[in-house]
Write a protein that binds this ligand. Sequence first.
Ligand SMILES: [Zn+2]
Length: 420
Amino acid sequence: MTNNAVFIAKRVANASVDGWLADHAVVVKDGLIADVTPRASLPGDIADTHDVHDLGDVSLLPGLIDAHSHMHCSATLDAYHLTTTESLQTLVARSAKNIRNVLLSGTTTLRDIGSKNEVAFPIRDAVRSGVIPGPRLLLAGTPITTTAGHCWFFGTEADTEAEVVRAVRNQKKLGAEIIKIMATGGMFTPSANPRTPQYPASTLRAAVVEAERLDMQIVAHTLAAQGVKNCVEAGIHHLIHARWYPADVTQPLDFDRDTVKRLIDNGQWVDPTFGHHLLGKEAVAAGLAPPRVPHPLVAASPITEEDHIARAREMHDMGVRFTTGLDMGMAHADFARSASNSRAFVKHLGFSEWEAIAAATKDTAAALRLDSQIGTLEPGKVADLVSMAGDPAGDIENLERSVDVIQAGTPVKLNGAALV
Ligand SMILES: [Zn+2]
């Protein structure tokens, strides 16, 4: 064994992630990409100095990036019950299983934006020290929420501006790289109202200022139109869901183009979470139970899934930049299914296949401010690679069919067989 390796494939993504290089090789030295070169130009004696892996008729891409998981949630219909009743030890064990599945599916970078501190940080330490397999992890730890607010059962409850600032500082102290705040209530939490803000814009702004002072980005869950407006005004870096529910259950979505224009001008990103919705819909079509009874304040509404999709599509048309983010751990949002983000971008939002592949690699790397390290196959970047059977640029469904996974130059799955 050497520290050097070569991975050869029939199709290799080009540096801009918008086309294939035919019969190319990715040359790896000490975990980093040293070169991407035609197979024919490799030296004849390359096998003397490199481990040579001819992956065959596959499509080789940068490892996928998912910006939204809850590592200790079960992705089953009883996710809420389990998360509120299981012991920390069980949640740690569940997390270890979940993040291994993430890695073996070809997602080599995962941002977890809401899990118990006692689970998330030890899991990251265990991955970094090689105790358990897992993707590169970026962690928020517990989300910041109001008393009895959205996800309070694995959140830090903070109501006033001073409490929120203190909570941001505490997450930093525990090891957070990003901050998650619940700008509105959510479907997962019976005691929270998804249609109304949990914080005024001024409190969100104080959290943004404090997070930036401590060199962190801050992301916010928001389902209400007023929540989106508050997040845009406050300068929240990434808006999660970004739905447009009005406070009044009888009214249609309160979509506001001026707010969207401001969001674009501010350089803010949106994780629309439609991959999760797609998986839920497919599960129901396959005869499984629907994700869960919606929050009563949403179930009473005339607003449909199609209304949400139409608004997200309009946001895409206006120029909003989208990150991936499956909301892994919620019902049917399986940890191995991150590629469903890209499928939803193509099916629902009008992305081309290459745009959807770039969203799951290059674009989300940029949103996470990791584009100098990951997201494309270029010299100097970490050799995180995934191969798919078939051509995902011809049919985005193929993005689900990972065959080989390479983490920093080391294979963790080859020809479908897990090595970790
Ligand atoms: Zn979530």
